[in-house]
Design a protein around this ligand. Structure first.
Ligand SMILES: *[C@@H]1O[C@H](CO)[C@@H](O)[C@H](O)[C@H]1NC(C)=O
Ligand SMILES: *[C@@H]1O[C@H](CO)[C@@H](O)[C@H](O)[C@H]1NC(C)=O
Ligand SMILES: *[C@@H]1O[C@H](CO)[C@@H](O)[C@H](O)[C@H]1NC(C)=O
Length: 186
């Protein structure tokens, strides 16, 4: 699959150089995402993975099997890997990030490589999307007081039906240095 997510480098330049013994690749660090949209309810909110989609507000949803030999990570924060193409998880096969035809930023179920065809490669700035006539992300209000994350395309299919209710935001990538945060997101 051709990658259409990438993480802009200037932000990462601010991160301290990693010691040589650091086991986790630093050239392409993992990161949390924080929304920036001043004077709005979503300013500084964290990106959370839940139900194969992404949200501002609410909680990260994860799963870890109760199997001998598996040490379950806390699974309570959402971390992206590989320039934003996938999630930072332990589950074999990993979990990929993609944009659904509705415009919703989405992730695959564990044990499934079932991704709709990706549009052509497009650059991110911070962590952003420029494809399908969209420029960046927007967050759209839901019935349960969260904001669902979409790419900012006018024809997105949003929870309350009207794209004018959505707020564009800037997705700031904060480098994450800890252990793998989740077995899998769910
Ligand atoms: C996640 O859970 C761990 C362990 O219970 C806790 O120490 C940590 O503060 C939590 N982190 C977040 C982002 O909620
Ligand atoms: C939305 O518009 C874009 C750009 O015109 C187009 O590529 C995409 O297929 C459209 N998506 C839907 C769901 O209509
Ligand atoms: C969507 O919201 C805008 C701004 O509030 C409004 O002007 C427009 O009529 C709404 N469209 C629909 C289809 O409800």
């Amino acid at each position: 699959m051709k990658s259409f997510f990438a993480l802009a480098l200037p932000l990462l330049a601010a991160a301290a150089p990693a010691p040589i013994t650091e086991p986790r690749a630093e050239a392409n660090p993992n990161f949390n995402v924080m929304a920036i949209r001043s004077a709005s309810p979503i300013h500084y909110s964290q990106l959370n993975a839940a139900g194969q989609k992404f949200w501002l507000g609410g909680k990260t949803s994860s799963y870890c099997p109760d199997i001998d030999g598996i040490q379950c990570p806390p699974g309570n924060q959402t971390v992206l890997a590989s320039g934003g193409n996938s999630l930072d998880v332990e589950v074999p096969g990993g979990q990929q990030v993609y944009v659904a035809p509705s415009g919703a930023l989405s992730f695959t179920q564990a044990h499934s490589a079932n991704i709709p065809p990706a549009p052509q490669s497009a650059p991110w700035s911070h962590y952003t999307f420029n494809g399908w006539g969209a420029s960046g992300f927007m967050a759209c209000p839901t019935e349960d007081n969260r904001w669902q994350v979409f790419v900012a395309m006018q024809n997105a299919t949003v929870p309350q039906g009207n794209v004018s209710d959505c707020l564009g935001f800037s997705a700031m990538a904060l480098p994450y240095k800890g252990e793998v945060p989740a077995w899998q997101y769910a």
